[in-house]
Design a binder for this molecule. Structure first.
Ligand SMILES: [Zn+2]
Length: 398
């Protein structure tokens, strides 16, 4: 019952009229979700601590040694779904309830994490909270990371009452991490399994394409006299689609665009589009982005425009701890699958923490959309799977 009540309390937070969610880091909805977490953790007698960046941990103090960490994130993309992130946090609290109901006595602490700014919906770097906590992004670099209003992530944290210079104890206090997450795809549907274990995260990244031309009147400017960056952008979006279809196991998306001056009767002076690209291998990803960039430059030359391409965040392939994945999946026969989406788990694995992920089946595979879903019975299976996994990792050594 505990999962249903946790989920029911969190569900309205940040839900918009159309059913989608928007919990942007340090905004009111995300802070309300964080307050929900603190209250739920304290109601369970868990010790809630935070680092200088706003990452939280709620710890079941027990035994000795580094903690077994679980949890996920509570922020969402713009018009996102209910499950991406929050499912891992609510399931973690419910799994602790289940372990206590079973009379389980941990040999080491069990912590539930909430990482800030996982989605990169406000600042142009995904998994920013875990990157800061592990040192993958240092304070000098963080000072240059700004939101659309020019506010640096460090100032946003200070405005939220945090002290980024205080750093994080994460690497000192955590021994391993298991993040439960709704699957963002349909592999588990095809495998007819409610639960899966991730073995890797595809390399992926975001590239900003700035196309510049010449603003002019939409009526008075002859077609031959134009330097229209919208045309260069439009062809690049088509090129990205084509290159991803030609490449092996790849994705390329322009999902965000900004137009200046953005007037119906004006040829734009500037069009900025953001490319999200992913691939099963780093080599294929690099080749694909290079091919898209070359086509953009070629088209810009013909349009009399210019294009500048800036990588905003590029994440290498992550192989999760294979021994840990096998240990978790083996006794249950859970399928071991890949992830096309980035996660804080990838950042922790790269920082040297043995990390695994549990995925819960998503019937449509849709994610980052209000249609994202999971059946309650599968969510409950996820809680049970996480409880079994935490018992395995926090129990007596074999
Ligand atoms: Zn997520």
């Amino acid at each position: 019952m505990s999962f249903e009540s946790l989920w029911g309390d969190l569900a309205p937070v940040g839900r918009q009229a159309g059913g989608g969610y928007f919990r942007q880091p340090f905004g009111s909805a995300e802070r309300e979700a964080v307050a929900w977490f603190v209250e739920a953790a304290q109601a369970r007698g868990l010790a809630v601590t935070g680092d200088g960046f706003g990452n939280l941990r709620a710890t079941w103090q027990a035994g000795s040694g580094p903690a077994v960490l679980t949890g996920s994130h509570l922020d969402s993309v713009l018009d996102g779904g209910a499950y991406d992130g929050p499912l891992g946090v609510a399931s973690a609290l419910a799994a602790i309830d289940m372990l206590r109901d079973r009379g389980f006595s941990p040999s080491r602490p069990i912590s539930v994490a909430v990482f800030v700014e996982e989605e990169g919906s406000r600042f142009p770097t995904a998994c920013l909270g875990s990157r800061l906590a592990t040192g993958a992004v240092d304070l000098d670099r963080a000072a240059t990371i700004r939101d659309a209003d020019g506010v640096s992530v460090l100032d946003a944290m200070a405005d939220a009452g945090l002290d980024p210079s205080a750093g994080s104890d994460l690497l000192n206090e955590v021994g391993c991490f298991v993040e439960l997450h709704v699957e963002q795809g349909r592999t588990l549907v095809h495998r007819d399994a409610a639960i899966g274990v991730a073995e890797c995260i595809w390399p992926h990244g975001r590239w900003r394409f700035d196309f510049t031309g010449e603003a002019n009147h939409a009526g008075a400017t002859a077609m031959a006299d134009r330097r229209d960056p919208m045309l260069s952008y439009a062809m690049t979006a088509l090129a990205a689609n084509k290159q991803a279809r030609l490449a092996d196991l790849s994705r390329a998306t322009f999902g965000r665009v900004e137009v200046t001056p953005n007037g119906t009767n004006a040829i734009p002076s500037r069009v900025t589009g953001w490319l999200d690209a992913r691939s099963a291998s780093e080599e294929v990803l690099a080749q694909m982005v290079a091919a898209i960039t070359a086509q953009a430059a070629d088209r810009a030359g013909r349009d009399g425009t210019a294009v500048a391409v800036t990588p905003e965040s590029v994440s290498a392939a992550v192989d999760f701890d294979t021994g840990l994945a096998a240990r978790i999946a083996g006794p249950h026969g859970w399928p071991v699958i890949g992830s096309q989406a980035g996660h804080d788990a990838g950042i922790l694995q790269q920082a040297g923490i043995a990390t695994a992920m549990l995925f819960v089946r998503n019937p449509t595979g849709v994610s980052h959309s209000p249609a994202e879903s999971a059946e309650l019975v599968d969510c409950l299976a996820g809680v049970g799977a996480l409880a079994d996994t935490l018992a395995l990792l926090a129990g007596d050594p074999p």
